[in-house]
Design a protein around this ligand. Sequence first.
Ligand code: NAG
Ligand code: NAG
Ligand code: NAG
Ligand code: NAG
Ligand code: NAG
Length: 658
Amino acid sequence: MTQSFTFLVIAGSLLSAASGQTGLAPKQYLSLPLGSIRPTGWLYDQLMVQTNGLAGHEHEFYDYVSETDWMGGPSYYSSLEEAGSYWFNAMVPNGILANNSGIIQRSQEFLDYVLANQDSTGWMGPEVNTTKPRYLWGRYPFMFGAIQMVEYNPDLTDQVVDALYKFVNLANQMLHNNGEGVEAWTQTRWEDFVMTLQWLYDFHPNGNEALLVDTMEQLKYTGVPWEKVFESQYFPTTATDDLPNPLGYVLSWHGVNMAEGLKALPATYRFTHNQSDLDRASEGWDLLFQYHGRPSGIYAADEYLAGLEAARGTELCLVVETMFSGSYLYQVIGDPKYVDRVERIAYNALPAELTGDFWSRQYLQQQNQIAAKNMTPDPFPNDGPYSNVFGLEPNYPCCTVNHPQGWPKFITNAFVTTADQSSLAQVYLGPFQTKTTLATENPVTVTVNTIYPFSDSLNTTITAAKAFTYYVRIPSWVVNGTISINGGAATAVSPNNGLQAVQVKAGTTTFTLNLPAEITTESRPHGSVAVHRGPLHYAFDIPRTSKILTQNGEQPLAKDLEFDASTAWEYAIDTSTLQFVNNPPPSGTLPSPVFDSGLPPLSMTVTACPINWPIAGSTFAASPPTNPACTGAQKTITLTPYGATKLRIGEFPVFTAN
Ligand SMILES: *[C@@H]1O[C@H](CO)[C@@H](O)[C@H](O)[C@H]1NC(C)=O
Ligand SMILES: *[C@@H]1O[C@H](CO)[C@@H](O)[C@H](O)[C@H]1NC(C)=O
Ligand SMILES: *[C@@H]1O[C@H](CO)[C@@H](O)[C@H](O)[C@H]1NC(C)=O
Ligand SMILES: *[C@@H]1O[C@H](CO)[C@@H](O)[C@H](O)[C@H]1NC(C)=O
Ligand SMILES: *[C@@H]1O[C@H](CO)[C@@H](O)[C@H](O)[C@H]1NC(C)=O
């Protein structure tokens, strides 16, 4: 350990002493180990759709993660830059939750290979014995994957924890050596490493607390100051295209960096104990969605933050990273606004950005998307013309390897325990089975039967050895929600901070939740509106023609698809005529897949009229016209869940029907 290290540890402990607290601040809620929470019903089916699609097969044919190169090893084992690291982080939970032996074996081989090739200095990855510069970031998603493997299989603990400590010691020296290993991307993504350090601190400190906290501080000091990026005086309130970044950190306004950076302030709070870090995290979250938000739950960034216009793009990587960050924000802070939004993103923005079979994905989705094709010109200042094509790797390969973390991490964060581990809470609503042992040796099983979000009702059965307080999230949009316990009368829900308490006795407890919601509209730019009911956003699903642009030579299911509108989409709607339609599946089972045209059981009807709505740049919709005149007869159109639409209008001009 170097001299400077000792000095900084003292400085660090003085910092903690100044706030009167030492050690890491506790989280409000704790996640459960991978494998404790399993999807059932339609959500299990959705995970299998992903597993049988691009996510579960790409390692077999896609050269970004399947080819052989350095050191005679397959590159996906060793390429801890982006390809292998993202793939591993996502496919560890995907393989285990889908119980797919091929993927589980592949993840194990990946882990074994990386650990076996860690060099004597502690470095992991393709820069071993090469002259390639050692940048830290690429290892961060790999470390998340390794932690998940340990959670699932504690036999791996010593091997992984030892390797992580070797790497932490090296990284600590590099950081003290003028921030070695921190280039511009690593500089924005330091919080992911801090979270791994905090996992070590929480579960395997082994006397290394000072080293761990010092490394967290070094990462923060050499990284982007997120407490400033998220400060209202610096935060961009428009598309950032020509806007100079007042802090000089251009990459802090990059959409994926920001999605990952949402974790930075809650992670910082744990070692600073500074309430201001939590307050700023919350303000930053609100600013992001106020100025760049989408009715689908997510925000727009076609590379950089892109404002509110409906033709601008949202990158698939930032969709899944925001979901993961929102889960973590909730666990540290406990504000239900984070999980309300993550659930909306999961059930709207995520499935909208892939074909129903999860074989083809976009790089950018648009809130109003009238074509998915090679667009010249395109509406994205910093992305290519191929960005909204549904394919294997449109525009960049990153989202092909990163998107598979979306569903698995949503599932693994769907339940949490309270900090004292005596209570269990369901925070994401949907069909699950969770098994865990709570404090005071209380083994508990929870089974949730529902087709939510395609229904308002959820049936929960809990078995427990001892009495405890169970919690279930009641989303902020619920109106007239009721709960009926053990077949008793339905009574109004009464959530506290978003959670309904249910007193569970030893033995079996059942309860039924009914969680209706009103139809609501959201004001969007140019006087347009977006339509919601409960967790789902509703859009006009533009009927489409489809053309295969290319097919992968080895795997023909991996194809690039062009979609064009085959009917008119230029409508204004009268929101006073919106009517909700529920056609529950007679079998009780949803179709598989469910996120494609005409498949979800819920829809809305609305009176619409044709209008003049110009096309911009020949392939995308201009801004919705304000107060347009009807150019033809009124008719009734149907709106469907946004996640099932691949071409759509989600922000409509309005008119008043007669
Ligand atoms: C996973 O699959 C194996 C082999 O088919 C089976 O024995 C095991 O019970 C399954 N595990 C779970 C959790 O479903
Ligand atoms: C790196 O080089 C050293 C010294 O030549 C050698 O001992 C070691 O095996 C090499 N490591 C890898 C992973 O190839
Ligand atoms: C807490 O954070 C704020 C904002 O970054 C800073 O101004 C303040 O000095 C910090 N407080 C302590 C005790 O470090
Ligand atoms: C929930 O329980 C009610 C009452 O037992 C039953 O009618 C309903 O079919 C159940 N729904 C689901 C999704 O299991
Ligand atoms: C809630 O209850 C009120 C009063 O009965 C009723 O007017 C309203 O339609 C209900 N809303 C929903 C979404 O159930």
